[in-house]
Ligand binder design. Sequence first.
Ligand code: PBG
Length: 314
Amino acid sequence: MRRLVAETRLHPADLVLPLFVKEGLTEPAPLTSMPGQVQHTEESLVDAVRAARDAGLGGVMLFGIPTVKDATGSQADAEDGILQRALRASRKVLDEVPAGTATPVLMADTCLDEFTDHGHCGVLTSTGAVDNDTTLARYASMAVAQARAGADVISPSGMMDGQVAMIRDALDDADFLDTSILAYSAKYASAYYGPFREAVDSELKGDRKTYQMDYANAREGLREADLDLAEGADIVMVKPAGSYLDVLRAVADRSDVPVAAYQVSGEYAMIEAAGANGWIDRDRAVLESVTSIKRAGADVILTYWALEIAEWIK
Ligand code: PBG
């Protein structure tokens, strides 16, 4: 009876698996603060993408970690940069399916923080502030490099004003008319990103409060989503997910494009830690947390448990 009348049902195609690939690694490097997750080598990344494909996931989201970080994140848009190399290899694997078979959507994180030596999502002014408009030009160049490397979806996560419009123009000018934009629209300055800093070897000192939002504000999140919709976003995202289900529901109610939510590294780490201690039933908590995100209005859910959940529900 419960199965018959369930209002919300997860499907593998709802789920997007975030993956980290690090230049120069020879063995996958386990992440202490995200048990079960790793920084991939270029080879092991391809295996993970293949697993995502075979599990029927909706997408994969790639994050690249370069050997050399600098002030402008010059590896972010380099043709042979780690992320572009990983995208090309992933494209190949995802397309190795019989004609007419669905394959996961290939998404790329479009942000500078993995690539800068100061760890901010943009380039800095001489006084150390994040320079919004100079950063937009970097994102535009990055987006075109990612599209050229085979990304289906460009995912600006840096919360610069005007980033969606700028990227749309750059993609169109370069003839990538069919490349989509997943906009991190309502992205909050959150303590729940903690473990991600380990995952991308972040050098950040300080915080991102000059460009990410205050968790006290919900209306502001709607305004950010409206702006991104007006600029041409194809999908709008709320991030983190679990503590922002109210914002997610409100964005879903007014968006006429699909809505995504990102269950972030800290949300993952908390359930893993409590589960490992025997304080909660890990598997049940995983399913409850992800189903709740869908119930709150997400069409697309980024979760580090995507593969495991797909296995459970298939
Ligand atoms: C920025 C980015 C971050 C995350 C995804 N994209 C870090 C941040 O904004 O501070 C966090 C994801 C997670 O915590 O799982 N490139």
